[in-house]
Ligand binder design. Structure first.
Ligand code: ZN
Length: 375
């Protein structure tokens, strides 16, 4: 998952005991092969009127008549196909919100996101911005959203990001790559139909699944770890190992990876990610590299921080004949490295989780740049 669910509130002060985060979970979820056919039944009671449409934001991978015919469209419902070739941007959210506001007199009944992390994050952000004034970039940060989001539903079509359970939506803004972290970000309804993941290309299946694996490694080895996170993280890790190191039947593999993603997301919800995510954010901010592959590009060089995790990662790479591109940072200028280092080091909770309170003594800008130079 693209995440930075923070534990900022979980600090001790001299006058108060530890403050524990009261975090929202997805209140309703359907799981099962073919469950997508129930979407119409799920949405029907949530329709506000025949003038208040559901807006479906769908990965343009599915832009064909066959898929359209499976959508439970009624009245003036609208389908907007969106390319997931690039990471979601704040300006993209603002444009969608404006488009929807101008087209309909009534506020829509809800937003349905169908796709990978990008589409799920866009659906969350659009539903927040339709009920809150201003621009998406104004809400990048922690707990800045004032009003509940519009009803929103997440339907992942690839497994691993954990975006279906997280309370964040990570957006590339004019100044930073940062999530809108809020209690209103979390989906009202999630529909997990593993059949969607049948058509995922192998490389993407690997990179996005490794996002989940890396969530587990970072959560389970982090200083923020607690029994809540551990219980989910260990289960997710176990499922990832089964999927990527055993030879499961395709259907079983799809089911298990979908649940690994869910549990991995739950694990970091109550802890935090670490070095790989902090670095990968810098990489994608500067170069627009997608989250899943960005994590893999970074993670392969992190054996000093995650020895066992990197060993398993290499084993999975071998088993599936994955070859990562090389020389990504070869032609970058010092200015470029400074940008990446700054974006990355700004993600303090991630570093603190990974390396402890004194992380700045361990991870200096020079050391971080040397790591980037290996990629
Ligand atoms: Zn992630």
């Amino acid at each position: 998952m693209k995440t930075e669910n923070n534990l900022k509130k979980q600090q001790t002060s001299p006058t108060r005991k530890t403050m524990y985060k009261n975090f929202p979970m997805v209140p309703k979820v359907i799981f099962g092969s073919g469950s997508f056919s129930q979407l119409g039944d799920v949405l029907l009671p949530m329709r506000k009127s025949s003038e208040a449409p559901f807006i479906f934001l769908v990965d343009d991978f599915f832009e064909n008549g066959e898929f359209l015919s499976t959508l439970p469209l009624m009245f003036n419902d609208e389908v907007i196909f969106i390319s997931a070739d690039e990471e979601p941007k704040t300006a993209q959210v603002d444009a969608l919100v404006l488009q929807i506001r101008q087209k309909y007199d009534e506020i829509p009944s809800g937003i349905i996101g169908i796709g990978g992390g990008t589409l799920l994050d866009l659906a969350k952000a659009v539903s927040i911005l339709l009920n809150n004034k201003g621009l998406a970039k104004d809400y990048q940060g922690w707990d800045l959203v004032n009003h509940p989001a519009l009803y929103h539903v997440g339907i992942p079509t690839i497994s691993g990001t954990g975006a279906e359970v997280s309370r964040t939506t990570v957006l590339l803004g004019p100044e930073k790559k940062l999530g809108i972290n809020s209690d209103f970000t979390t989906f009202d309804q999630v529909l997990l139909d593993p059949d969607f993941t049948k058509t995922v290309p192998k490389e993407q299946w690997f990179y996005t699944g490794m996002d989940c694996f890396i969530h587990c490694v970072e959560s389970l080895t982090g200083t923020y770890l607690n029994a809540f996170s551990q219980s989910y993280g260990e289960k997710a890790m176990e499922l990832c190992m089964e999927v990527y190191l055993n030879d499961l039947a395709p259907e079983e593999s799809r089911d298990k990876l979908m649940m690994a993603s869910w549990h991995g997301g739950m694990s970091i919800a109550y802890s935090q990610v670490g070095v790989a995510h902090a670095m990968s954010y810098g990489l994608s901010y500067l170069l627009g590299i997608r989250h899943g592959i960005g994590n893999c590009l970074v993670f392969q060089h992190l054996e000093e921080f995650y020895p066992e995790g990197v060993r398993l990662f290499n084993k999975m790479m071998d088993k599936h004949n994955i070859v990562l591109p090389k020389g990504i940072c070869a032609d970058l200028s010092q200015k470029d490295f400074d940008v990446m280092v700054n974006v990355s080091m700004g993600l303090e909770p991630l570093w603190e989780n990974a390396l402890g309170k004194d992380w700045k003594k361990i991870m200096t800008p020079e050391r971080l740049q040397a790591l980037y130079q290996k990629i």
